[in-house]
Design a protein around this ligand. Structure first.
Ligand code: NAD
Ligand code: ZN
Ligand code: ZN
Length: 344
């Protein structure tokens, strides 16, 4: 089968032929119907060799959707031919966090070497994907696979971040979305679907700002030196009750801090890793800062339900598997509006 592999640090991924995997006990083999391209892949491919935690070559793709092609011995819970989305942040299924359904925060994943497909395990940018357990699958119930693929991460991650801040997103509140890309354009729609808050989107690119407007942002602001001042102006000097930063670099965390209201939540979702100084007098009173990771399987079910109800729609561009390496280049340069989805 064809697979898109990152094979050597510093090199572009390429398309290769690899054997179709065989499902072992409890496992599920999926024929992949759609796989989303996430900026985290770009981050992984920018790490130097000494920081690369994954074994190479590695098949990319952690946003996967497919149809059940074969079941391993003893596998129960899904049927052959069923169309399913893959819940990516696999855990042990047994520990305290997993018991709460939060496999994204599994307490034993690192110790047991459990990793998400495409982030340490062979991923979804291939004709077939091996899934460790039917527990990691959510039935699509008729949802378009191309729509569903980005929702497994670009939808689920902002959904989880927004859900934790729901108590602050009351009528009259403001939410700021920094970075209207794959995650951000879905965050705008999720905020509109889940809350009555006013949504201000920020980006550095005009085409992303226009997408932000198209998908429901009330205001768009260019992400520059004046961005925080503009948010203050739009909120009568109060700032935003919730700030979602989908970049996380020095300029954006600085903007996030400066547009936060008293008692705001700042959710840093982007993985650029810039520090945000927290301490008395450094931020408005009682601001909470968090860095959430992905979401729970239950939340994925909820996100897919929102999409089925027409409340969230990923803006996608689709490509064949052979085009994937050049699409990664285009994505890195900011040339994708919404999400790129590969159809293997
Ligand atoms: P993307 O490239 O699709 O979107 C990023 C957007 O940010 C682009 O529209 C870009 O123009 C914009 N941007 C860049 N610099 C900016 C700036 N200074 N100010 C405002 N906007 C700016 O990326 P994506 O796939 O949506 O991922 C977003 C981030 O979230 C990445 O860092 C990714 O690694 C991370 N991520 C984190 C999690 C998690 O669980 N925490 C999950 C998925 C992705
Ligand atoms: Zn991702
Ligand atoms: Zn666990």
């Amino acid at each position: 089968m064809k697979a898109v592999q990152y094979y050597e640090v510093g090199r572009s991924p390429h398309v290769v032929e690899v054997p179709v995997p065989e499902p072992g006990p409890g496992q599920v083999l999926l024929k992949v119907t759609a796989a989303g391209m996430c900026h985290s892949d770009i981050s992984v491919m920018s790490w130097p060799a000494e920081e690369m935690p994954y074994e190479l070559p590695m098949t990319l793709g952690h946003e996967g959707v497919g149809t059940v092609a074969a079941l391993g011995p003893g596998t129960v819970g899904v049927e052959e031919g069923e169309s399913v989305a893959v819940y990516g942040p696999w855990g042990c299924g047994v520990c305290w966090k997993c018991a709460q359904g939060k496999e994204n925060y599994c307490l034993r994943a690192a110790e047991l070497g459990i990793r998400p497909p495409g982030l340490g395990r062979p991923g979804a940018m291939a004709e077939y994907l091996l899934v460790d357990s039917a527990r990691h699958l959510v039935p699509l119930h008729g949802l378009d696979p191309v729509q569903a693929a980005p929702l497994t991460d670009a939808g689920l991650t902002p959904y989880h971040a927004i859900k934790t801040s729901i108590p602050k997103l009351v009528a009259g509140s403001t939410a700021v979305v920094i970075g209207a890309g794959g995650l951000g354009h879905l965050a705008i729609q999720l905020l509109r679907a889940m809350t009555p808050s006013r949504v201000i989107a920020m980006d550095i690119a005009d085409d992303k700002l226009s997408l932000a407007r198209e998908v429901g942002a009330h205001e768009v602001v260019r992400s520059d030196q004046d961005a925080a001042a503009q948010v203050k102006e739009l909120t009568d000097g109060l700032g935003a009750e919730v700030v979602l930063d989908f970049v996380g670099n020095e300029p954006t965390v600085a903007v996030a801090a400066r547009c936060a209201a008293v008692e705001a939540d700042i959710n840093i979702v982007g993985v650029a890793g810039a520090p945000l100084p927290v301490g008395f007098g450094l931020l408005p009173f009682e601001v909470s800062v968090s860095s959430p990771y992905w979401g729970s399987r239950a939340e994925l079910i909820e996100v897919l339900e929102l999409a089925r109800g027409g409340m969230v729609k990923a803006h996608v561009e689709t490509f064949g598997i052979e085009e994937t390496p050049e699409i990664y280049d285009r994505f890195r340069e900011g040339g994708i509006r919404g999400r790129a989805v590969i159809l293997p």
